[in-house]
Ligand binder design. Structure first.
Ligand SMILES: C[S@@+](CC[C@H](N)C(=O)[O-])C[C@H]1O[C@@H](n2cnc3c(N)ncnc32)[C@H](O)[C@@H]1O
Length: 276
């Protein structure tokens, strides 16, 4: 068993430890938004975690973690759970959701599109599936879970401008903003420099947790929690939107990656501010 270790960077807290244990020590009803992507149990090659449990064991474990997440969430909090199946295990995300029915209401089901072909033009990137049976998997799920099912969300703040501006007056809107809906095209960022490269096998882009935070709605006191922090992407999103992030990660080397990424982000921001 590893002993939990925490460190603060800016307003954020990075904790190395097993989230199942660490969550028991977080104050009840203290977290506004949980954004996380747990291991999917599809056999991904993490450095220390073995991503291949018996399915029932995996579902029991995830149900336990999600039950602890419910305890630390405020009653008007949001839990954005990013998960995907595979061609061989297509039911897994849905099996998990059925397990979570006793804990949460499924308030919104968002599809994260990583790549899409519009006409003949393809946008974004995906890992091709080599198969004569299956098509490529270009999307993942983002399940928006809440305790009551009636948590107000910031549809317009997280929205997009109208393409046809005549809709603004025709449909009696007073701002050029509409709800973006439940299909989010968020491609992976292109790595531009060596400094931006880091080692983790299964990350999401910063824009994904950022969109979740914006949809929940943020203010200066908002607290984000990611119990499976990995390389720290959601804590960087928290910094980007100006809220406090808490990340928990079991693997020491991924905590180091998260710390280095967050530190580089904070330094870059500070350098930008100093220049202005
Ligand atoms: C899908 S990855 C998260 C990636 C993250 N969203 C990012 O963008 O970097 C899941 C992470 O959960 C970590 N993990 C596995 N079991 C854990 C546990 N019991 N407590 C905390 N972290 C755990 C793994 O080491 C892995 O880094």
């Amino acid at each position: 068993m590893i002993r939990a270790r925490r460190e603060n960077l800016g307003v954020h807290t990075l904790i190395r430890g097993d989230c199942a244990r660490v969550l028991k020590r977080i104050a009840p009803r203290s977290v506004d938004v949980v954004v996380t992507s747990p291991p999917y149990n599809l056999g991904l090659a993490y450095r220390s975690y073995s991503d291949k449990m018996a399915e029932e064991d995996y579902l029991d474990w995830m149900e336990g973690v999600c039950s602890s997440l419910r305890e630390v969430m405020r009653d008007d909090g949001s839990f954005f759970l990013n998960i995907a199946g595979s061609s061989a295990q297509p039911w897994l995300p849905f099996e998990l959701m059925v397990r979570l029915r006793g804990l949460f209401v499924l308030q919104n089901h968002i599809t994260w599109v990583k790549s899409i072909s519009v006409g003949e033009v393809t946008h974004g990137h995906f890992k091709p599936v080599n198969s004569s049976r299956f098509v490529n998997r270009n999307h993942e799920h983002v399940f928006h879970l809440t305790k009551t099912g009636d948590v107000p969300v910031a549809r317009l703040e997280a929205g997009v401008p109208f393409t046809d501006k005549s809709n603004i007056t025709r449909r009696s809107h007073n701002i050029d903003r509409r709800c973006r809906g439940d299909t989010w095209f968020i491609p992976y960022e292109t790595v531009r420099s060596r400094r931006e490269k880091f080692s983790h096998p299964g990350t999401f882009p910063v824009a994904l947790p950022e969109a979740c935070l914006r949809l929940h709605g943020v203010h200066s006191e908002t607290v984000l929690l990611d119990p499976f922090m990995g390389s720290g992407t959601s804590v960087i999103a928290a910094e980007k939107v100006g809220v406090r992030g808490i990340g928990i990660e079991a693997d020491t080397s991924y905590v180091r990656v998260a710390r280095d990424r967050l530190r580089a982000y904070l330094d870059a921001q500070k350098a930008g501010l100093d220049e202005n």
